[in-house]
Design a protein around this ligand. Structure first.
Ligand SMILES: C[S@@+](CC[C@H](N)C(=O)[O-])C[C@H]1O[C@@H](n2cnc3c(N)ncnc32)[C@H](O)[C@@H]1O
Length: 285
């Protein structure tokens, strides 16, 4: 079934391979017992290619460490989601996209949560096959949809999502693949389907990460796969503000997103021309 996934869909297998590798580390930031069964045939090959581009046998690393980035991102958003649903005000979780994420299966969730996983049909079918027999630990619903197509809101509502009730949305590992105009439209549609007080979280790179010559080894891998990084923002707070959200942006390596793992300096935001990635989190106004 792996072969039926297109390039951007296959990045979900890369993410699973990263989580499987993290789970084997003694100093792991989280444990994902399902990741290894979600990597498919190509996940390990994709990860090997990323490792070759990131850690050259000769020479120094010039691109961010994807393994460390992914470990920090997963742990950061694990903690964020758990904290967000703790006090009972938020009753709906939407992973858009879900990919091979296994939080519905590996984290504890309050009983009142309705949990939606949105992704393309082939991705969700592959995941269901790989996880058959594993019970989610939450009221779990899948929504087979393309987030740039006109009908995902209908499909989400048909699965039981209530736009008039507070929700938390996580857009993890998505925005860099979506052209800016589509990305903005999609975020606007998310905002339109969130009750005030709903929460949003996402990761997004800056524009230098898409253009700096020393980023080429990593950018070339994604381009070579057919899913280039095409969208970034230097001012994610403003981007989300324009679309209806009040957010903060932190960078891996900042105190609240370090976890003892980020290997690079984090220059002040005023320093131009530095590759960056942001974890954005905030609420719908
Ligand atoms: C890198 S994976 C991240 C998945 C998940 N959030 C995680 O962190 O494991 C990227 C995912 O985005 C999904 N995706 C990309 N473009 C999409 C679109 N237009 N609509 C729905 N899903 C999309 C792919 O199918 C893939 O599962």
């Amino acid at each position: 079934m792996t072969e039926t996934l297109n390039p951007v869909e296959r990045t979900a297998l890369l993410t699973a391979a990263l989580r499987a590798a993290e789970t084997l580390r003694e100093d792991r930031l989280y444990q994902d017992p399902y990741a290894a069964q979600l990597v498919g045939e190509t996940g390990p090959e994709l990860l090997a290619e990323i490792r070759r581009a990131t850690f050259p046998a000769q020479g120094v690393r010039t691109v961010p460490s994807t393994p460390d980035y992914n470990a920090i991102r997963t742990r950061f958003f694990d903690d964020h989601l758990r904290n967000a649903v703790r006090d009972g005000a938020i009753g709906q979780v939407v992973l858009a996209p879900a990919g091979m994420d296994s939080r519905a299966y590996r984290l504890d969730w309050p009983e009142h949560i309705r949990y939606f996983e949105v992704d393309r049909p082939d991705v969700l079918a592959f995941k269901a096959e790989r996880l058959s027999g594993v019970a989610p630990r939450v009221d779990h619903r899948t929504v087979a949809a393309d987030l740039t197509a006109p009908d995902w809101e209908e499909r989400l509502t048909a699965a039981g999502y209530r736009p008039d009730e507070p929700s938390i949305w996580l857009l993890e590992g998505l925005l860099y693949y979506i052209p800016e105009a589509d990305g903005r439209r999609m975020l606007k549609r998310v905002a339109a389907h969130c009750a005030p007080g709903s929460l949003v979280a996402a990761d997004i790179v800056n524009s230098a990460a898409l253009t700096l010559p020393h980023m080429r080894p990593l950018l070339d891998v994604f381009e070579g796969w057919g899913c280039p990084w095409v969208f970034g923002s230097d001012t994610p707070e403003e981007l989300f503000d324009e679309l209806g959200f009040d957010v903060r942006a932190v960078q891996p390596g900042d105190p609240e997103a370090h976890f003892g793992r980020w290997p690079d300096p984090v220059p002040d935001r005023s320093v131009p021309g530095v590759r960056r990635v942001f974890f954005v989190h905030g609420h719908r106004r």
